[in-house]
Design a protein around this ligand. Structure first.
Ligand code: PMV
Length: 346
C-alpha cells in the first residue's frame, strides 16, 4: 500500500476518533459579572489590555449557554442567538474570535455556534462577558484544545475584556498585566465566600446606542480618565479588603465611588456618553437614602441605564420591594455570586 494511502487512512481515522470522542462539539455555560472596580479604557485596543486592574462578582442566576460544533464540510461560520440568525456584525465578531481559536489549534474548520442568554442583552448586564467566556470554553474544547483557566481567561479577553472575569468563579480580579501573557483574571474568593445579592433594576432593555468596545476608545478623551486610573490602586485595595473581610459599608463606599468615577469619564469624553436614564438617577439617590436608614445596599451601573443594587442577603427582599415601587422600574432580576464557566455534559 502507498504511503499516501496510509497518511489518508491515519488522518481520517483520527478524525473519526475525534468525532466518536465528541471533540468536535462542546457546550459551555458562563455567567455575566458586575464590576465593583471598573474596566474602562484600554492600553491596547486590539489585545484588549486594560489601563487598570478591575474586580467583579459573577452572577449565578444569569447565564449564556453556547454550543460550538466544528463542521468539516462547512465553508463559513454560522451563529444563532436566542433562536434567531445573529445580525451580520455579531456574526463578524464571532468569526474574528473563532479565527483566534483556529489559529491556536492549527485547524481551518468553520463552526456552527448556537447561543442562548436567559437575560436581556446590551443593556448594561455584561452579556458580552458571559457570551465570550462561554464561547472561549466551548470553541476551544470543541476544536480539541485543553486550555488552563489562565489561558481561557486570556482567550476570552480577546472577545470582550470583561469576559476574562467570567472564566474564574466567585469574586474575581483581572490583573492588567504587562502584555497579552499576564493580562488575565483569577478568583480572589469563591462564590460561597459571601452571599451577596445583586438586585438588577431594569429600566430599559433596548440595545445601548454606543457599545463598550467604542466606549473604551473614547475614555482617553476625558480629562478625568488620568485621575481615575492614577487613584485605582487605592480603590482596588479597599475593594479587595472589603470582599475578604465581608465589610458591606466599606464595599458600598468604594463601589459607588467607582461607578460615579467611570460615568464621570463617560460623560466628559468626546463625544460624551450618557448611559443613565432619569430613573437610573432616581434609583441611585434612593439607594443612598435606604442605606442611611440601615438597609445594607449600594448601587453600580455598567454601560447602560439599568442599576445593579448590591446588597446583603438579609436586605435583598426589602430592596426588591422598594425598587419595584419606583416608577419606570419594570422588573428586578436577582442574582447571587456565581461559579466559573463550565462545560455541559454532551
Ligand atoms: O468587556 P467590555 O468591553 O464589554 O467592557 C465592560 C465595561 C463595563 O461593563 C462598563 C465595566 C466592567 O468592568 O465590566
Amino acid at each position: 500500500m502507498s504511503t499516501q494511502f496510509w497518511i489518508t487512512l491515519s488522518i481520517s481515522s483520527s478524525l473519526v476518533e475525534s468525532m466518536i470522542m465528541n471533540t468536535l462539539t462542546a457546550t459551555a455555560t458562563a455567567h455575566p459579572n458586575i464590576a465593583f472596580i471598573k474596566y474602562w479604557g484600554n492600553r491596547d485596543d486590539t489585545l484588549r489590555l486594560p489601563q487598570n486592574n478591575s474586580i467583579s462578582m459573577n452572577l449565578e442566576d444569569l447565564y449564556t449557554r453556547t454550543q460550538v460544533t466544528f463542521d468539516l464540510l462547512s465553508t463559513q461560520d454560522y451563529f444563532s442567538l436566542n433562536g434567531q440568525p445573529a445580525a451580520p456584525n455579531a456574526l463578524e465578531r464571532v468569526t474574528r474570535f473563532l479565527d483566534l481559536v483556529r489559529q491556536m489549534a492549527g485547524k481551518p474548520w468553520f463552526a456552527q455556534v448556537t447561543s442562548y442568554n436567559n437575560f436581556p442583552m446590551g443593556a448594561g448586564i455584561a452579556s458580552s462577558a458571559s457570551a465570550f467566556a462561554a464561547l472561549s470554553l466551548a470553541a476551544s474544547r470543541a476544536i480539541g484544545l485543553q486550555l488552563s483557566e489562565c489561558e481561557l481567561s486570556r482567550l476570552a479577553r480577546r472577545g470582550s475584556g470583561s469576559a476574562c472575569r467570567s472564566i474564574p468563579g466567585g469574586f474575581v480580579e483581572w490583573q492588567a498585566g504587562e502584555g497579552d501573557a499576564d493580562s488575565y483574571a483569577f478568583s480572589i474568593a469563591p462564590a460561597e465566600h459571601w452571599k451577596l445579592v445583586d438586585c438588577i433594576a431594569l429600566v430599559q432593555v433596548t440595545h445601548k446606542p454606543i457599545g463598550s468596545t467604542e466606549g473604551h476608545s473614547l475614555a482617553g478623551s476625558s480629562p478625568l480618565q488620568v485621575a481615575r486610573i492614577a487613584d485605582s490602586p487605592r480603590r482596588l485595595m479597599i475593594c479587595r479588603q472589603a470582599i475578604l473581610g465581608k465589610d458591606i459599608e466599606s464595599l458600598a463606599q468604594v463601589v459607588e465611588l467607582e461607578s460615579n468615577l467611570m460615568h464621570a469619564v463617560m460623560m466628559t469624553s468626546k463625544p460624551p456618553l450618557f448611559y443613565w436614564e432619569p430613573a437610573s438617577l432616581t434609583i441611585m439617590k434612593s439607594v443612598i437614602h435606604w442605606r442611611n436608614q440601615g438597609v445594607e445596599c449600594c448601587y453600580s451601573l455598567d454601560a447602560g441605564p439599568n442599576v445593579h443594587v448590591i446588597c446583603t442577603t438579609s436586605s435583598a427582599e426589602l430592596v426588591k420591594t422598594h425598587l419595584l415601587q419606583i416608577p419606570d422600574v419594570n422588573q428586578v432580576l436577582m442574582a447571587t455570586p456565581g461559579g466559573p464557566a463550565h462545560l455541559e455534559q454532551a
